[in-house]
Design a protein around this ligand. Sequence first.
Ligand code: KIV
Length: 286
Amino acid sequence: MSPSIHDILQKKKKAEKIAVITAYDFTSAKICDEAGIDIALVGDSAGMVMMGNSSTIAVTMEEMMSFCKSVVNGTKNALIVADMPFGSYQVDMTLAVANAVKLIKLGCHAVKIEGGLEVIPLIRRLTEYGIPVMGHIGLKPQTTVLWQGYKVQGKTSDAAIELYDQAIEIEKAGAFSLVLELVTKEVSNEISRALTIPTIGIGSGSGCDGQVIVYHDLLGLFNNFKPKFVKRYLDSFTLSVEAVKRYKSEILSGIFPGEEHAFSMPEEESINFTNYLSTMRSRHGS
Ligand code: KIV
């Protein structure tokens, strides 16, 4: 059974670390679930690793809904958090709530919203309506990247104070957890110490209450580039190319498919079929 929001909050109280990973389809969700991951995040990083876009910006609600549906189908035990894609919550509050409701109705347990003080009213409103929200500050791929590129956040004391204040306000607004992306470890440590809700770090050091990583990065499936904070636990891209090459060469050499991969007719049916063919052939003189 999936953990409740209460269970996730309790983990912080008990100083138990929280393991989060992105998932976008039935199979990746099943793998994460089987491995005992606490939270499956249907991230809009899907736009990059599943769709080959250069950023997360183009991802639509329809695409997110399709990813979410597949993850819900593959998940039994993890809490499922759905990213709200760029444009799905900025237009107005009513549309934002309607879009969050769509994701929850699919079977997701919470939504994630990127943003600082500007998203506080939305976090408050969704929480009031009973929709759990995960915040996301630091590097915000939907917007920061447009202004600054992929830069570490919180390097100056002014930037650190701004992040710290945002974190406090996001907790006050009712978020149940907060992603800190590419934030200096000094800042993420202090934020994690100050909040009662868990911080989930990505490239933000070991002082966070949990960690998240993109599934394709962890397994080495995405090899366009490797950020410093990523630890690859498998070189799946290379292993997969090797496997597919072997498959091709076995087709060319006749090794695949083998006898064990073929299906037979019952003997009697096969005899009838052969008899039929020989009658036909003798009739046509072939
Ligand atoms: O979209 C995503 O995968 C994310 C995480 C990396 C935090 O937002």
